[in-house]
Design a protein around this ligand. Structure first.
Ligand code: NAD
Ligand code: GLY
Length: 371
């Protein structure tokens, strides 16, 4: 029996699905999924770490309801968001004779969700996808809203598709095995929701982060649901990122350059790039006169207090110089007509879309930050 879960509904004009959030969901996936299956067979794709922890438990549960279980185990880590792994995944699905009415299950963090989601969107011109996010980051962000994809040599997440899942199942019990560093990386995306549009949520996190970060399950469940509700409202208003959805990229234009510069290695996790990126976005907003220093300091203090990186100097490895950094930022998907558009802030909880960022000022600002 599922112990305790809540549902967030995603109602898009062309498609609806549910996000189930709570405890004890993993063992119930077969009974939840069974009524959705065309034939009694599922295709599960995961990474090595998650497979070692959860795959055999899940396969036994599928066997118990007589559902066939094909599985593919991919290497762990951001480097799997590549053409090579995408091709391997798609070819595997075809070799296993996936049919159009079958369902692919992405079991893992944001890397697996993004990669498998993209594979599901292109194999046989699209098969149904269920996201089973297993990291905090994927439960609060990447499994929801339909962005899927891989990295290009030129930059992060530059290849992909909008492809909504038919269901998201977020079992927060699985976060108990998540290493602290990955938990914190996901936490930075949680804080992002407060920073971009919800000062009160930021204050809640400022008060209760200790309980949340130390596996207080009620606090985690609350934060995951709150984050999903915030993201869903934004995605419903702007599914394909023609406006408001871009706010979810607060800190990311900076962070993506940092991830590329560290070669998508574990020198810098995605969420660590986001925490440094958010601080840079707040500081650059101050530099341009949009945000006062007190807000910058409060955000910086919060990230430091929980143990997240806030400074470019904390990155292990060499970074591009300021000019190269700005050039790399020009690969961002928010560049329009050759102009760089950025998500900046006026205060905690108030982000806005800033068009045509002054590149010279940005370069001087980055020079200062790197000194
Ligand atoms: P990840 O998928 O690499 O997972 C982090 C680590 O945790 C991996 O080593 C993984 O094997 C391990 N792991 C996963 N679940 C575990 C568990 N329950 N117990 C123990 N270990 C576990 O990384 P992530 O932080 O989940 O996701 C980062 C990715 O998400 C980035 O590629 C980023 O670009 C992407 N992202 C996408 C979106 C979107 O909207 N699509 C949004 C935000 C981030
Ligand atoms: N994580 C950003 C988005 O989904 O739009």
């Amino acid at each position: 029996m599922v112990k305790n879960f809540e549902t967030v509904n995603v109602k898009l004009p062309h498609h609806e699905y549910k996000i189930l959030i709570g405890s004890g969901l993993l063992d119930n996936i077969p009974s939840i999924v069974l009524p959705m299956l065309g034939r009694k067979k599922v295709f599960i794709i995961t990474d090595k770490t998650v497979a070692d922890l959860y795959l055999s438990r899940l396969s036994k549960k599928f066997a118990a309801v007589s559902v066939g279980f094909e599985h593919l185990i991919l290497p762990t880590g951001e480097k799997s968001k590549s053409w090579d792994t995408l091709s391997k995944t798609v070819e595997w699905l075809i070799k296993k004779q996936i049919e159009r009415d079958d369902i692919v299950i992405a079991l893992g963090g944001g890397v697996i969700g993004d990669l498998v989601g993209f594979a599901a969107s292109i194999v046989l011109r699209g098969v149904s996808l269920i996201q089973v996010p297993t990291t905090l980051l994927s439960q609060v962000d990447s499994s929801v809203g339909g962005k899927t994809g891989i990295n290009s040599v030129q930059g992060k997440n530059l290849i992909g598709a909008f492809y909504q899942p038919i269901l998201v199942i977020a079992d927060t019990d699985l976060l108990r095995t998540l290493p602290r560093r990955d938990f914190l990386s996901g936490y930075s995306e949680v804080v992002k929701y407060g920073l971009l549009g919800d000062h009160e949520f930021f204050l809640w996190l400022d008060s209760y982060n200790d309980l949340m970060l130390n596996n207080g399950s009620d606090y985690i469940n609350y934060a995951v649901k709150k984050a999903c509700l915030t993201k869903v409202n934004i995605v419903i208003a702007d599914e394909k990122e023609n406006g408001k959805r871009a706010l979810l990229n607060l800190g990311h234009t900076f962070g993506h350059v940092l991830e590329r510069s560290t070669n998508y290695s574990d020198k810098l996790l995605h969420g660590e790039g986001v925490s440094i990126g958010c601080i840079l976005a707040f500081k650059f907003s101050e530099e341009l006169g949009f945000c006062n220093h007190e807000h910058v300091q409060r955000v910086e203090r919060h990230f430091k207090q929980v143990g997240l990186k806030t400074n470019l100097n904390e990155i292990d490895g060499s970074l591009p110089n300021a000019e190269q950094f700005v050039n790399l930022m020009m690969n961002d998907k928010k560049v329009k007509n050759g102009f760089l558009n950025l998500i900046l802030v006026t205060e905690i909880g108030k982000a806005f879309y800033f068009e045509n960022a002054p590149l010279n000022k940005l370069k001087m600002f980055l020079q200062k930050e790197m000194a």
